[in-house]
Design a protein. Structure first.
Length: 157
């Protein structure tokens, strides 16, 4: 039997975007808009995933490097306040092993003509498969990708 462990951690990531809270919220709420930034490394393969953006709705996506392992994200939306807040719980698997369970809160605040996004994640990282530092780094990359997608959308408008 392997040794089991749980490491609890909380991290907060903030970003300011040159886009209204409604546009930032839309980037999370709309499947096509989210697909433009919520992605995996270029050399990974991924399934199409699912998205049911409503309280109680689920979102899933799986993928990984060609040949494995498969990383799977499965979330449940717990609270949604349009243009202000999204709260969801999610777990991550690597192949058949659950590697973490988290609660994520996204808050959107007007900031001049833009939006200040504050994302807080409270995680339970299981059996040394993952850690808060790696998750925080990945979250920062995703939120940077969100910023790039919002900027590209504004430039093409």
């Amino acid at each position: 039997m392997s040794t089991r462990s749980v490491t609890h951690s909380t991290f907060v990531v903030e970003r300011v975007y040159d886009a209204s809270p409604a546009r930032v919220f839309h980037a999370f709420a709309d499947r096509d808009a989210k697909a433009r930034w919520f992605s995996h490394p270029d050399d990974w393969v991924s399934d199409e995933g699912t998205m049911d953006f409503r309280v109680g709705g689920r979102e899933t996506v799986s993928g990984g490097p060609k040949g494995g392992p498969v990383h799977s994200f499965s979330s449940i939306y717990q609270d949604i306040v349009p243009n202000e807040r999204i709260v969801y719980s999610y777990d991550m698997h690597m192949d058949d092993a659950r590697i973490s369970v988290s609660l994520a809160t996204i808050e959107l605040f007007p900031a001049g003509d833009g939006t200040r996004l504050v994302m807080t994640e409270q995680g339970a990282f299981l059996d040394d498969f993952d850690d808060a530092g790696s998750r925080e780094a990945g979250t920062k990359l995703l939120l940077d990708a969100l910023g790039a997608a919002l900027a590209a959308e504004a430039a093409s408008a």
